[in-house]
Design a binder for this molecule. Sequence first.
Ligand SMILES: [Zn+2]
Length: 436
Amino acid sequence: MKRTLLEIVLVLSLAAAGYFGWTNLQKGKLATAEIAAIQTKVDVAEELLKDSEKEVETAENALDALEETLDPLKEKALELDAVKAAIANGPLLQDVESLYKKDKKLSVERQLSLGALRMLVKGSDDPSATDAFNKALQMADWGSRKNSICAAQIGLAAAGQKVKVMSECAVQLPGADAVASHGDPKAHGAAPAASAHASPAGDKAHGKEVKTADAHAAPHWGYEGAMGPDKWGKEFPTCGKGQSQSPLNIKSPFVKGRISVTADYKAGPLRMLNNGHTIQVNVTPGSKLRIDGVPHDLLQFHFHRPSEEHIDGKPSAMVIHFVHKNAAGKLAVLGVLLKEGNENPGIKTLWANAPAAEGPEVVLDDVSFNPGNLLPREFDFFSYEGSLTTPPCTEGVRFFILKTPVNISREQISGFPFKMNARPVQPQNGRIITSG
Ligand SMILES: [Zn+2]
C-alpha cells in the first residue's frame, strides 16, 4: 500500500514536472517571439536614426554654405555702416546740395548721386531721397538708360516706394544664381548704380522689407496685352501723363522750317545687341549729326516694325531711329522710313550678324559698318519736339523724320526678329510740325 502511494506521488510529481516544463517551454517560445519583435523595432529605430543623422548632416552642410554666403554680406554691411557713419558726420551732403543748387537742371547721374547721399545720411524714409530718385527716373534717356533706370528703381524700392524693378536690374548677391547682364554699353555710369545697390543692406536696419528684383520676372514692358503701351504709365509716369510724346502722325498744316541738318557718319566695328525690344547697333564715337552747326554725337540706332511715325495716317514697313546727343545733353532722333522694295545691302550686313535672341552686346571687330549707308540722298525732313518712344518716355527729344524713304526687301522685313515693336501715335497737343 505504501508503495502504491509512493508510486502515485511519483507519477503525480512527474506529471507536475512535465506540465511545468511544457509551460516554461511555451513561455520561452513567447519570449523569443517578443525578443524578435523588439529586435525588429530596434532595427527600424536604428534605420530612422541613420536617416535623421543624414538629414542633420545635410542641414549642417546647407548651414555651412549659408555661412559662407553670409560672410561677404556681413562684410558689405560693415562697409556700408562705416561709409554711412563717415558721411553722416561730415558736411558732404550740405556741400553737394549747395553745389547742385546752382545747377538748374541736374543730370540723371547727379540726381542719382544726390538720392544715394540723402538716403545714406537721412535714411530711406527721407522724402528728399525719394524725390531725387524719382527725378532721375523721369530724366533717364537713351544715352544712359539701363544703369540709370536700374539705380533709380532700386533706390526707390529701397525707400519703400511702390516701384517695380526691371528684371534686367537683378542685384547680384554672392551665392545667388548668375544673372546674365544685358548691359547697355552706352551706360558707363556704374558708380551711381553701385551706390544704390548697396542700399538694401542698409535698409535692413530699418526692418523694412526690401523688394529686390526677381531675375526670373517677366519683362516690365512690351507692345501687347498687360504690358502694352497703354499700361506703361503705371511704372513710368511720363509715358502716361506727358504732353509732348512720340511718335506722331505727321500731317499738315506744317510750318516752314529753317533748320539745317547734315549727317557726318563714319565707319567703325559693328557692335550690336538684341535688347528684347529691338535690334540696336551701338556706334563707335566719331559719327555726328549737325543741327544748325551744333554737333550731336550718334550714340546708337535701332529699328521698329512697322514704322512708329505715320505720314498722313499711314505707317511704313519699318523705321530706323538714329539717336544723337549734344554736349548739353539734348537728344535728337533722325528717323529714316523703310518701304518695301529692293534688298538693302546695309541691312543685309546687319541682319547677317543680328542676335536672334535677347542678350548682351556682340562686338564684330572684323565687320566694318558705316551707318551713313542707311541714309537716303535727299535730306528734306519733318521736325517736331517729342520724347523717347519707349519707357521712360523722357521728353525734350527733337525728331527729324526724313521725307525720302529707303528700300528694304520683303524677305528682309520678315527677317527682323520682332513682328511688332511700334508704340501707337500720340496726341499732338498743339505741337508745331515743321517741314524743311
Ligand atoms: Zn526708336
